[in-house]
Every structure is written in structure tokens, then in C-alpha cells.
Design a protein. Structure first.
Length: 713
């Protein structure tokens, strides 16, 4: 018997076994965007699968129709495995049954498909010797229910390949799980052993009349449980000791023989039917209020909420009103706010490329103020794609708050929204050609700036793309090798300042001026043709030195009049290169890297000699304790961006996972971050506009200063 779901394009997962665990896995995978083939020899299991879909939809807040559309049920193993890219086995805990089943799965499933078992009882090494491809077999052990409890324990045997482990971990992350990789096979794995140690001691106390079932549950729910959920067992113990010193706690507990007197070491009391009935009666009384169904609801919903707290996720309905979920929504907010403010709005469609959902992509511009303004405040966002969420919100927030208000005499304001619409929509730093637009503004009629260290190390850097942690390690190892030869700063600078020899590499500046660069230059030179001065704001993100903090990068190598002009708006100290280097060192690297071909310099050259430009690239910053990319921020983000650019698999679950990660890496969705960012951004506009008014009143000619394309030594 088969019940086919809708014809979808997502990747397919096979769930073998439609018991409680198997169906819970299947409904979770479907809720996270995968097509799922569920196999069980009992056709009646299909009804239980549908009931599980209803429950998971309710708990996760997903439309049950979407889950049902991605689920298919079959009693044939061949059908379930036909198109699978991952197999989750959850058959009954029978050794002989599982041995036969793994033989069949190994024979039918393509050799590159990872096969994970949900078993609680058996190590994977029991099943590998009989299989042709033992390297792809491993344990993916959940804590029930898999759709609500994030943990999944991942472990192989010496015969399991590293690649299979990494692929399994990446897959589990794509459905919102927290994969815990164990170092070796151990009976019961980790979580079950810890749980059983607590259960054994609890039963000892209950059997001896020292506690009741209800008292044990209350002690766990209202005491140990919340603390452990927040910081873990050892995290909690360390915080009980002065200076949070683990050695002090170990000395303390060792003095008490590691709590020997607090644990029953004697055998259980005789386990008689009478004792069993007494404990069972207490247990039934515990379940009677609020009842098993209500208890299940409480478990599931509270577990999901606790998991969300671990990820610091805000309530979906409570973002800052200026922030958008995706590029299209951000564009809509910008255009609506600009039109309500009375701005002239223009749009330029990116030819030949669309967004992940086929939506058209645009650079939009909005102008407020007189056409002959002497000073134009120019605000850009989205130069580095997904970083545009922050700058877009700042533009929208200012436009919304200043609708109908007049600008000072002689001042206009020009907003350019989504300088890199492709990257903005696809959650990438680079544009449609893998070009970093803030390295693209060089003179392509001459030899490009050199980057000799990058040229020396490029072949040693991993060329493959992927989402696996092994690739992060490979990249970091290659960089560490390069550091030993060239020095840490030289390598960090080479990987950031821009390079023009490797179209597939990082920080590629291109071999010609890109479409976005030409459009932005055209908008700015046309709109500012009658102005003598431009006050420049280019929004970027995300250095982890604190929510609401900003870094002002002036790109003025020798100071001068334009540097002092911008300093008069925002403060000389914040634009001081020493200040910027110190902020950079606190958040990401030794000091700010050098740059080739930044937009600010390109626009200065395009506007000269009749119009000068002063201002800064301004980085939004975030709280390091809430920084999503820890502990390897730059590497993992770079690897995932490279994979997403190369594969464009935005609709699949892995692509959705990558896009969510990269969104948080560029613009956190925490309301606390968003509020702090907007509170910091509005004074930037106010001071720039006030400074522009003073500049206009000064009635001075343009002083373009040095026209450069690189600040490298």
C-alpha cells in the first residue's frame, strides 16, 4: 500500500520504520522542507504517521498541509530508498531484524547515501561487518520526541568514514537539530546513561520511602532542570564556586569522596509485586493531574521554547518594524517609506538574474530635497549583500520618522538601496559573478593592485565547497600553514584586501566594473551633478564588539580636509585609524585590513573635480556573546557562502539552513539587536545632515584631495 505525497523538488529522506520515533523523525524532516519516504511493512502504520504529522505541525507552528504534502508512505523498501539522499532507520529494537534490514538497505541504497540508525540498544559496529559499504553506517540517536528535543547523538565505529559523520551532522543541523558527536561507541550512548543514572537513584529513594514520584519530578522540574538547561551540569557547578574555578570545585567534591554518601550504593530493595504496585500507583497519581495528554503538550511546547532560548531567537511576530525577512520585503518597505516621505524613486533591474524564488532584483534610489542642493547626504546599503538588512532598516527607519519634514537649506539626501541586490536576495557577500563590490572600484585600464601573499597561498587553500565542519578545519589548517610562512597579519590582510587573479577565490575584485558599480556610479554622478559636496554613509556589518556600537572607517590614508570634515560630524576620535584598529582587534583580527577598490574611492574619482566627498563606511556591531558564528566566525561563514554561491540550492533544506545561518551572521533577528542598531543609526543621519547644512553654509569650493584606489603599503 502506498500513499503518495505531492510532487515536490526538495531532496528526499528515507525513514525506515514507522513507530513512534520513526514517524516523529519523518514529520520533523517534512516540516523542515524535505520530501520523506516512510517505509514500514505494516500498512496500518500510515494512520499513525498522519496523526504524528498533525501533532508536529501544532508543536512547530507549521501548516499540516505542508507536512502532509511532503510525506509518502510505502511498505516496499525499494520504493523508500529509490531517491533518498539520507536514510534514518528506526525499526524495532531486535538485533536479528536490524541485521537483516541493514543488509537490505546496504544492498539497495546508492553507495554514497549515509545510513543513520536511531537505535538505543546496539552499537553500529554490530551491523557493519556484513555490509559492503560499512563506511556510511552510523548512529543518529535522538532523545524522544525528535521534533521537540534538539539533541541527536552521532557516533560511528572505526569503520565509519569521517565524511559520513560530517554529512550526518550537517544534515541534522539543516532540520534544526543539535548534533552531539561522540568520540567512541559506548553502551547507551551519553544522554541515556546520564538519564538512567538519575532514574536509578530516584527509584532507590522512592522504593525506600525517602521521596515520592511527585517530589522527584518537582525537584528536577523546578531545581536541577532549569539550571542544567541553561548552562549544563558542569557549567552550573562551576558557577557555584568563587571565580568559577573548576579546580576548586573538583577539590571540594573530592574531599567528600565525590558525593559517595549522597548516592545509594546498596542493591535495590527486593523488587516485589507489592513494591512495583506502590511505585506504579504513585506514578499514576502523578500523571492524573494534569493528565498524560496535557503533560505531553507541556513537554513538547516547553522543549521547543527552551530550544529557541538557546538560539536566542526572537518571537517571529516581534521584529523591529524597519527590519524585513528577506530582500523582497526589504525593498517593499524601502519604496513604501520613500514614497510616503515624498521622495522621487527610481528602479534599475539587474539583467539576467533573479532571486531564490524567481523574483526580480533591483537597485532602487530615492531623492529628497532640491535638485540644486549644494550638499547631498548619500546613504548606501547592501554593498555586501546580506549585510543590507541593517542598512535597509536604517534607511527605512529614517524615512519613516522624517516623512514630511523639511531638510536644512542647501541639503538633499539620496538613498541607494541594495547596491548588490543579488547578494542581498541570496544571503551572499558577493554579487552574481562572485565579485566583492567593495573591491571592484579600480582602474581596469591599468594593472590591478597586486596581492603577492594571496598569489603565494591560493593553491594551498581548499578548492572544494561544502557545509561540513571538516572543510572548516581544512581551511583553518591551510591558513595556519600560511601564517607560519608569511605571518598572521600578512595572511589575514591578503585574504581580505582584495585580489584580481582568482575568479573563484575569496575577495575577488573582478576583471571589469560590475553592473552594480556602473549603476550606482551613474545614479550618484547624475543626481549630484550640481552639488559641490557629498556627505557619505555606507552601511555594513557585523563586528562582534557589542550591540549598538558602530565602527567608522574613513578610508582617508593621510587625513586631510575631508577627513576632518567627517570628524566634525561624528567625532575625530571615532574616525582615527588607531581607534578603528583597536575596535577591529577586539572583534575580528589584529587591525583593519588594507583595501583595494572600495566604493568610496571610486565615487570620489567619478565626482572629481567638481564635487568632493567626505564620510565613512560604517559597521554595525553586535554582542559577542550572542554572535552566531562562534567559535570560527570568519571561516564557517566564508565556507557556507562559497557553497551557497556554487550550488544555488536555496529551496532545499540544506540551502535554507545556510541562508538562515548567513542571515544571522550578517543581521541578527534578535529584537534587542535590532533596537540597539536603529538607536545607534539615527544619530549618524542627524549629525551628517547637520554637518551638511554647515558645509553648505560655509560656501566653499570642492576640495577632492588625493584620488586613490588602494591604501595598501
Amino acid at each position: 500500500m502506498e500513499r503518495a505525497g505531492a510532487d515536490m523538488q526538495e531532496e528526499t529522506v528515507a525513514c525506515i520504520g514507522a513507530g513512534v520515533i520513526g514517524n516523529a523523525w519523518a514529520a520533523l524532516f517534512a516540516a523542515r522542507g524535505y520530501r520523506v519516504q516512510v517505509q514500514d511493512p505494516d500498512p496500518a502504520a500510515a494512520a499513525a504517521l498522519d496523526a504524528m504529522a498533525i501533532r508536529v505541525a501544532m508543536v512547530l507552528g507549521v501548516a499540516v498541509g505542508d507536512i502532509r504534502a511532503r510525506l509518502s508512505f510505502t511498505d516496499r523498501l525499494e520504493t523508500a530508498l529509490a531517491d533518498a539522499m539520507f536514510v534514518q532507520e528506526s525499526a524495532p529494537e531486535s538485533l536479528e531484524l536490524k541485521r537483516r534490514l541493514f543488509l537490505d538497505i546496504d544492498r539497495i541504497a546508492p553507495a554514497d547515501v549515509v545510513v543513520a540508525s536511531s537505535t538505543s540498544d546496539f552499537p553500529i559496529s554490530l551491523f557493519q561487518p556484513q555490509c559492503r559499504h560499512p563506511e556510511r553506517l552510523l548512529i543518529g540517536h535522538p532523545i524522544n520526541p525528535p521534533y521537540a528535543i534538539p539533541l541527536v547523538e552521532v557516533v560511528g565505529s572505526p569503520a565509519t568514514s569521517e565524511a559520513a559523520i560530517e554529512r550526518a551532522c550537517a544534515f541534522y543541523r539543516s532540520v534544526g537539530k543539535h548534533p552531539l558527536r561522540l568520540d567512541r561507541e559506548v553502551t547507551g550512548f551519553l544522554a541515556n546513561r546520564l538519564q538512567m543514572a538519575v532514574a536509578r537513584e530516584a527509584l532507590q529513594m522512592i522504593a525506600r520511602g525517602e521521596a515520592t514520584v511527585t517530589q522527584v519530578d518537582e525537584a528536577l522540574m523546578h531545581g536541577i532542570g532549569p539550571r542544567t538547561a541553561a548552562v549544563g551540569l558542569f557549567g552550573g557547578y562551576a558557577l557555584n564556586i568563587r571565580d568559577a574555578d573548576p579546580a576548586a570545585w573538583l577539590d571540594h567534591i573530592a574531599a567528600f569522596d565525590f558525593g559517595e554518601e549522597l548516592v545509594h550504593r546498596d542493591p535495590f530493595p527486593a523488587w516485589t509485586p507489592e513494591l512495583r504496585d506502590r511505585v506504579a500507583a504513585e506514578w499514576r497519581a502523578r500523571l492524573a493531574d494534569p493528565g498524560a495528554a496535557a503533560l505531553r503538550d507541556r513537554r513538547d511546547h516547553m522543549a521547543v521554547r527552551i530550544a529557541a532560548l538557546h538560539e536566542d531567537r526572537p518571537a517571529a511576530a516581534d521584529p523591529h518594524p524597519a527590519f524585513a525577512e528577506d530582500y523582497s520585503a526589504a525593498r517593499g518597505k524601502f519604496r513604501d517609506a520613500a514614497q510616503r516621505a515624498g521622495a522621487e524613486v527610481e528602479a534599475h533591474r539587474l539583467p539576467g538574474h533573479d532571486g531564490p524564488g524567481g523574483e526580480p532584483l533591483f537597485i532602487d534610489a530615492a531623492w529628497l530635497g532640491p535638485e540644486d542642493a549644494d550638499v547631498v547626504v548619500l546613504s548606501l546599503c547592501g554593498t555586501h549583500g546580506a549585510e543590507g538588512f541593517n542598512g535597509s532598516a536604517a534607511q527605512v527607519h529614517w524615512l519613516t520618522g522624517h516623512a514630511g519634514q523639511a531638510l536644512p537649506k542647501g541639503v538633499a539626501i539620496l538613498f541607494v538601496h541594495a547596491v548588490n541586490p543579488f547578494g542581498f536576495a541570496h544571503m551572499l557577500r558577493v554579487n552574481e559573478n562572485n565579485v566583492d563590490l567593495n573591491r571592484n572600484f579600480i582602474d581596469f585600464g591599468a594593472a590591478p593592485p597586486a596581492n603577492p601573499v594571496y598569489a603565494a597561498i591560493r593553491d594551498a587553500l581548499p578548492q572544494r565547497t561544502g557545509l561540513d565542519e571538516a572543510l572548516v578545519g581544512e581551511w583553518d589548517a591551510a591558513v595556519a600553514d600560511a601564517n607560519r610562512v608569511h605571518g598572521d597579519w600578512a595572511v589575514a590582510n591578503a585574504l581580505s584586501c582584495g585580489q584580481y587573479i582568482d575568479p573563484h577565490g575569496v575577495e575577488y575584485g573582478g576583471d571589469e566594473l560590475q553592473w552594480s558599480s556602473r549603476i550606482v556610479t551613474g545614479i550618484v554622478t547624475r543626481r549630484c551633478a550640481r552639488a559641490r559636496h557629498v556627505a557619505y554613509i555606507d552601511w555594513h556589518s557585523l563586528i562582534p564588539i557589542g550591540d549598538g556600537r558602530l565602527i567608522f572607517v574613513g578610508f582617508d590614508t593621510g587625513g586631510g580636509a575631508l577627513h576632518r570634515r567627517a570628524g566634525s560630524w561624528w567625532g575625530e576620535n571615532v574616525l582615527d585609524p588607531a581607534t578603528v584598529d583597536a575596535q577591529w582587534a577586539s572583534g575580528t583580527s589584529q587591525r583593519r585590513p588594507h583595501h583595494h577598490g572600495v566604493i568610496m574611492w571610486g565615487l570620489r574619482r567619478a565626482l572629481a573635480p567638481t564635487t568632493d566627498l567626505a564620510g565613512a563606511l560604517i559597521e554595525f556591531c553586535c554582542d559577542p556573546d550572542a554572535f552566531i558564528h562562534s567559535p570560527e566566525p570568519d571561516t564557517r561563514t566564508t565556507m557556507w557562502e562559497r557553497w551557497l554561491f556554487a550550488n544555488r540550492e536555496h529551496r532545499g533544506a540544506a540551502g535554507q539552513m545556510a541562508m538562515r545561518y548567513l542571515r544571522e551572521a550578517a543581521s541578527p533577528t534578535r529584537r534587542s539587536y535590532q533596537d540597539a542598531a536603529m538607536a545607534a543609526a539615527m544619530p549618524v543621519y542627524r549629525r551628517a545632515i547637520d554637518g551638511a547644512a554647515a558645509w553648505a553654509a560655509d560656501n566653499v569650493a570642492a576640495d577632492c584631495g588625493a584620488l586613490i584606489q588602494s591604501d595598501a603599503d
